[in-house]
Design a protein around this ligand. Structure first.
Ligand SMILES: O=C(O)c1ccccc1NCC(=O)[C@H](O)[C@H](O)COP(=O)(O)O
Length: 216
């Protein structure tokens, strides 16, 4: 069964719903422009509400070591998700500096974009294929945009078949079944698809999403 990450949680109710749905990961966003952004204090408080079986992943966009380190410590992060223009060298540097798993998001619109993932082979602990948001969009993710999931069927553009990966972008309880059937993704990541408004998670939608994944 696919693992589940509920990204952009901002309150205890969302964490409780993720736990009830037996999600594997929750995501804390550290990006000031995001409606899901958390302060270090907020993230530290929420971290204590996350049950021990759920891993905490911090999301960053082109952040420096100081910002990543402060969040890793405050929220006792198990992993970091690099969602900006970080190249393989930067991913390797984050991995060397911090004792956490490191995910790299790859923005996908066309098959050509998949080639980017190959650059991170043996460097990132997980590749997250996410939809490319439109040019000039406010955020590089978390906007409910999906891409053609058929691009990930087969060899995923030559991406290492043994490497860990996940699917994000435009998923919700009504679409995740089709996404999983098409891609066989080992992990699905959702944010706006389990919200009532940007940054406002819906416990009912989180539970429905988890049930839809488990129904596969
Ligand atoms: O969620 C954000 O606000 C965000 C901000 C900046 C970069 C990435 C962001 N989210 C990335 C995620 O992990 C989302 O879960 C992923 O893009 C899927 O989002 P959605 O299509 O809304 O489910």
């Amino acid at each position: 069964m696919a693992r589940i990450k509920i990204c952009g949680v901002r309150d205890r109710a969302a964490i409780d719903a993720a736990a009830a749905g037996r999600a594997d990961y929750v995501g804390f966003v550290f990006f000031a422009k995001s409606p899901r952004n958390l302060s270090l204090d907020e993230a530290g408080g929420l971290a204590g509400a996350v049950p021990s079986g759920i891993r905490r992943i911090g999301l960053f966009v082109n952040a420096d070591d100081e910002a990543i380190g402060a969040a890793v410590r405050a929220a006792r992060l198990d992993g970091v998700q690099l969602h900006g223009d970080e190249g393989p060298d930067r991913v390797a540097a984050v991995k060397a500096r911090f004792d956490v798993e490191v995910w790299k998001a790859i923005s996908v619109a066309t098959r050509a974009d998949l080639a980017d993932a190959r650059r991170y082979a043996g460097v990132a602990d997980r590749i997250l294929f996410d939809a490319k948001t439109p040019t000039g969009a406010a955020l590089p993710g978390g906007m409910g945009v999906r891409f053609d999931w058929r691009l990930l069927a087969g060899d995923r553009g030559g991406f290492d078949p043994g490497a860990a990966w996940g699917l994000a972008g435009g998923l919700d309880a009504s679409t995740v079944g089709e996404a999983l059937a098409t891609t066989q993704a080992p992990l699905v990541d959702v944010s706006s698809g389990v919200e009532d408004a940007p940054g406002v998670k819906s416990p009912a939608k989180i539970r429905a999403f988890c049930e839809a994944v488990r129904a596969r």
